[in-house]
Every structure is written in C-alpha cells, then in structure tokens.
Unconditional design. Structure first.
Length: 660
C-alpha cells in the first residue's frame, strides 16, 4: 500500500521544535500587531476609536472621510483642544493616555476612551499620520509612522487649525492575513456609517460630516434644541420610528432613563435598530436587553425585534466599563435594580394607549434634561416582586414613599364568585347567539355597567373630537369595525382588540390573592408524567403551591392532583401539569410564574373573545372602542398583531387624487 507523506508548511512548527523553544519577550512590533487584533477588527473599528478620542477632546465639529470602505483611507478631522507638541511621540505608544491618572479615576471613568491603546494599535497595522495643534495661529506638529515604525520625526504642519487630524492609509498592509478577511467595500462602509450613526445619536452637541469616495453621505448639524434633536433622530432612524415611538423619561433610585421606545407595530425582523447608551457610551448589555424584552413580552408578533433609542444615566461608581477591549460591555454593581427599573418603566410606557403618530411636542423633549420627580409606583413594583416563598398575610411597606402593598390569603373564593368573575371578564360583550337584535342595546348597557365608574367613558357632545378611536360607523364582513375620528378613518380587528381587552381584565383578576386559592377537586385526577418530571416535582412543590396546585407523586411516572385554583377547574390538566414541570425552574422568581400565567390566560382570552363573522350593533362596537381606549397594550393583540390601523384624511385624499 503506497502512502504519501504530508507536506509541512514553512510556518508550521514541529512538536520537537516547540519543546526546545524557550520563553522570551515578544518583539515590540509583533506585540503591537497582536494587541491591535483585539481592538482593530475592521475599518469601522478605527473610526470608532478615533471618534471617541475626538469627542473626549471636546470637539464640536467632526469630519470623517473614507475611501473604498476605509481600506485605503480613513481621515478624522476635529476641532478639539488638540495634543501638546511634546506629547505627540507619547500619543502613539501603548498604554499612554491623558484621561486616567489613578485607580480612583478609573473607578469613576466618564471619558469614552481610557486604555491608551487606540493610536498605538492603529499605527501597528497601517500608515498613520498624526497632526495636531492647540493654537489658532495655523501652525501645528505632526508625526508619521508605517506599521509602528517611525518614518518622520516630529515636524511642522502648516495651515493647521486648532484640533487634531488623523490620516490612516492602507489598513492591514503589513498583516495580509487580517486584510483578506475584510468584506466588500460597500459592506465595510456600512459598518463605518453605523459607527457614525451611533455616535451622532447621543452626541447632539457635535456637527458630524461623513464622506465616502468624495461624496457626502451624512451631514448632521449641531442639534442644540429638542426640535433639532428630534429631527436628527428622524433623519437617522426614519420617520416611521420617530413619529410612532413612545417617549419615555423616568427617574428613581439614582437612575435616569430617557429616549424613545419603538411602537410594537414597527418591530423588525432583525435587532438592527436597538441603541442603548449608558452615561453617553453605547453598550451591548444583557441586563438592559433582557429587561426590554420582558417589557415588550406579549405585544410583539412572532419572532420580531423591537426598536428603541434609550439613554440611561447611572452613578459612574456603580458601573465597571473596563470589561472588554472594545468597551462595548459594562457591568452593573446593582444589576437586579437596574433590570427592574428599566423593565418597569418601559412596560408602563408601552401600556399607554396611543393614537396615530406621537405628539411632536412630546417627542421633541430635550434628551437627558430635567426629569420629573421619581414615580412612587416604581417603589410599589419593587415591593410586588418580593413575594414570600409561601402565601402569607403580611404587608410589604415602603415607608419612604408612603405606599404599601398587601398580600392577603384569608379570603376564601366561592365558586359563585369565580363563576361571576369569569363570566364578567370572558363576555363583556354579549353575543348575537345569546341575544336578539332588539335587545342588543340593553346588552351593551349591561356590558358598560360591568365597568367601574373610573373606567366608564364620559359621554361627549362630539365623540369624534373626544375619543381617540372616534365613533363606529359600520362593520365590514363581520370582522372589522370602521370608525371615524378627527384625523380620518380607523379600522379595528374586533376579535384581536377584544382578545387583548379580555386578557388584561383577566390578568387584573388573577393578581387578586383569592385567585391563587386552591379548590379541592371532587375526584382527584391522575396525570401521567415522565420519570425526569417526577424527579423535579419535589423541587417545584413551592412553585406549584403558589399557583394553587396541590400535586403529589403517585407512583414513578404519575401525579395525583388534589386541588387547583377555581379558574383552572376546566383546564386540560393532562397537558398543563407536564408543561409546568418542564418549564418551571426551582430558582424562578415571581416573574417566571407571571410569564406562565400570561401564557395560560392568553389562550383562555383567545377562546373567550368575540369571534369573527359575528354581527355587532353600533352601540356594541362603540363600547369595544371605549374599552380599547381604557386598556393597556390595546394596540396589539395577545399574539403581537396590531388591533387597529389609522388612515388619515390626507392619505385618503391622496389615494383618490383629491386636490390634485
């Protein structure tokens, strides 16, 4: 049998050679190239590092010029306070910086850059020219390097304005292995544009200009007012986001959050429009991202991703930004508190009923400006999440805000009470099968009587002016409600809208302590489970007990159900119990139980909502519209689909060419 010898590449090292090699210090040039690999991934990385330096230098004008996607040329020109002539040679050395002088300053760092690696890393893999001036006399100084090798000593730079001019040519010219991994020029340019966009969305006090191949792609004038900031957001993120997004401005416990939350109907297939800034630094933080996912939970359709632009202010001593070389990641000292703050206020904001586009006067509020006093409901929300391991009758009180949250389980919920509650929440609108056409108005009166005095709509002299969703005028194919308001036409998917109303009403009922009380089954029910589920049962007893489920092991692969809460009397326990044993985690907090509850109620609400192809009277349709206006998250159904759409008169006029 003939065999072929394996050819050894010249750069491959044999095992014997590895054993014989001694430890030695890397050559400076090689060490710089390796270090550059951590910071400089592509041309966009160069732009990011240089822009951060310019912003830290107090620049108010920034010009970014690139050619061929930044592979051949990157120029950053700023009007900051510049670099002292004697410091130019130090500026391109590793770990040389003017931004940090002690560990105390590092612990509360507020500048974007602080590692002192950017210029040294860039110089190691490119031909770099650094020129700077601290005066307005037109004279500056420059230094030139090729792959970290000094080409020209410090020299005069004539016609130099105050600030810094960095010119980066032939990126990765001396690291061909890295250069071959670059994408097409158009792709590399898109990454650069995204870097500039991210900087411009938080540094409104800077005029940004981006040029590619001698063409101006972005020109973002200084935005020193709320209206101009809104215009910049509109230009960078699009009109649909800017006009439909929810404005948020919240403060509590030393945390401040402001910005825009994208409307659920504007969700995207990719998470490409999610901008989170902490103390002015854009970050990718799992804590905040998870909190926002929870806030949007139940109002996004399918696997879509929300869009948002949020600015979070935190005490610099409460965060660690020195986690990753690119400074994209941070670490919070009080992670849970930050998570709950973001989740609570984001969800509260999204729950507000909003018609058509956002009010311009609200959207133009100055970012990170004066904020209202801390809202006490956030303190109550924190207390609500401190649920004891077993239901009890003690009280959790927040004395600083003067509000208390009570947990009482002494009240026994009778079967008649449950029946009435379920009937109320599952059928606020009587169906045509249950009522004749003649008494539909009286049925609607019964439905409205179920609403509290606070929720009951006030009759207006002109409902079109008073009600955001206007008044109903017709029903289309038994599926859609047509209504008119002052802006134009409103189309409502009546099943989707009623589904959300029923779900929110049932959630409010479920939150009442009596709904957790277990009701003994007349005949205990045996449910088959897997052996692994049986092993988890003992660990999950407390969780099941909180859900009002009395479940005991019955053999190796069966459980005996002795009691369930009244609202689950007709549930499919053979499916519910195995699902709970799979999904629940012994370490789950109350939020995990809440998500399981919401999934359960969402299915019940879907079956209990008014079905399509059922004829409703005008009064019934108007009652549905009024309930929508009083219901949280009414713009989306339980599955994330929109419940209504608006068509302004201007859009209808254009459709029919009126006025042309």
């Amino acid at each position: 049998m003939q065999t072929e010898s394996l050819a050894i590449e010249p750069n491959q090292i044999s095992m014997a050679d590895r054993v014989s090699r001694r430890i030695q210090t890397l050559a400076p040039a090689l060490a710089n190239q390796i270090a550059a690999g951590e910071v400089i991934e592509r041309p966009a990385s160069v732009v990011k590092e240089l822009l951060e330096n310019a912003i830290d230098a107090g620049a108010t004008e920034l010009v970014v010029r690139v050619e061929q996607g930044g592979t051949t040329l990157i120029e950053i020109i700023d009007n900051g306070f510049g670099i002292h002539p004697e410091d130019l040679p130090l500026a391109i050395m590793r770990h040389a910086t003017s931004k940090v002088r002690s560990s105390e300053e590092l612990a509360a760092i507020q500048s974007l850059g602080f590692r002192g690696e950017a210029l040294a890393s860039i110089a190691a893999v490119s031909r770099l020219t650094l020129a700077s001036s601290q005066t307005d006399d037109g004279i500056g100084f420059q230094i030139e390097l090729h792959g970290a090798a000094l080409q020209n000593e410090q020299a005069l730079a004539n016609a130099m304005n105050r600030g810094t001019h960095v010119r980066v040519q032939d990126l990765f010219f001396n690291v061909p292995a890295r250069r071959k991994f670059l994408k097409r020029q158009a792709t590399e340019y898109q990454h650069i544009e995204e870097v500039v966009r991210r900087m411009a969305l938080t540094h409104f006090d800077i005029h940004f200009t981006l040029e590619h191949n001698d063409q101006i792609r972005l020109n973002l004038p200084l935005a020193d007012s709320g209206e101009l900031r809104y215009q910049r957001v509109l230009q960078l993120l699009g009109r649909q986001f800017a006009e439909n997004a929810y404005w948020i401005d919240a403060e509590a416990n030393g945390l401040h959050m402001a910005g825009w939350l994208g409307h659920p109907s504007d969700a995207r297939a990719q998470a490409d429009m999610q901008y989170i800034y902490v103390n002015g630094r854009i970050v990718k933080d799992k804590t905040i991202s998870h909190a926002l996912r929870m806030a949007y939970d139940g109002i996004l359709h399918g696997h879509q991703h929300s869009a948002y632009l949020l600015f979070l202010e935190v005490d610099p001593h409460e965060i660690d930004v020195n986690v990753h070389p690119t400074k994209h990641e941070i670490r919070f000292l009080s992670q849970r508190e930050v998570h709950e703050f973001v989740r609570h206020f984001a969800k509260e904001t999204l729950s507000q009923f909003q018609t058509a586009s956002a009010d311009l006067a609200v959207a133009m509020k100055p970012l990170m400006g004066h904020s209202p006093e801390p809202q006490p409901r956030y303190q109550d929300a924190l207390a609500l999440h401190q649920v004891p391991s077993q239901p009890s009758s003690d009280h959790s009180t927040n004395s600083s805000q003067g509000h208390s949250v009570s947990y009482q389980n002494n009240h026994k919920l009778g079967a008649d009470y449950v029946a009435n509650a379920v009937q109320k929440y599952l059928a606020p609108l009587r169906t045509p099968q249950e009522l004749s056409h003649e008494d539909s108005d009286s049925a609607q009166a019964d439905a409205l009587s179920n609403m509290s005095e606070h929720d009951r709509p006030v009759q207006a002299s002109n409902p079109v002016d008073e009600y955001p969703l206007g008044i109903a005028i017709a029903q289309l194919h038994g599926i859609y409600i047509l209504a008119q308001n002052t802006e134009g036409l409103i189309i409502v998917d009546m099943h989707a809208a009623h589904e959300r109303i029923v779900l929110e009403q049932m959630k409010q009922a479920w939150d009442k302590p009596e709904f957790w009380q277990s009701q003994q089954l007349l005949l205990p029910k045996v449910v088959k489970i897997s052996i692994s589920q049986a092993d988890r049962l003992q660990q999950l007893q407390d969780k099941l007990h909180r859900l009002g489920l009395e479940v005991d092991l019955y053999g190796d692969d069966q459980v005996l159900i002795r009691g369930v809460p009244a609202i689950l009397q007709k549930a499919d326990l053979e499916q519910l119990i195995p699902e709970l044993l799979n999904d629940l985690d012994p370490n789950d907090d109350v939020q995990g139980l809440t998500r399981k509850r919401d999934q359960l109620l969402a299915g019940m609400a879907c079956h209990g909502a008014v079905r399509a192809h059922r004829q409703l009277s005008l009064s019934e349709m108007n009652a549905l519209l009024r309930q929508m206006e009083q219901t949280e998250f009414a713009s989306q159904c339980n599955h994330g689909r929109p419940t209504w759409r608006a068509f302004p008169l201007a859009q209808l006029d254009k459709l029919f060419a009126r006025g042309e």
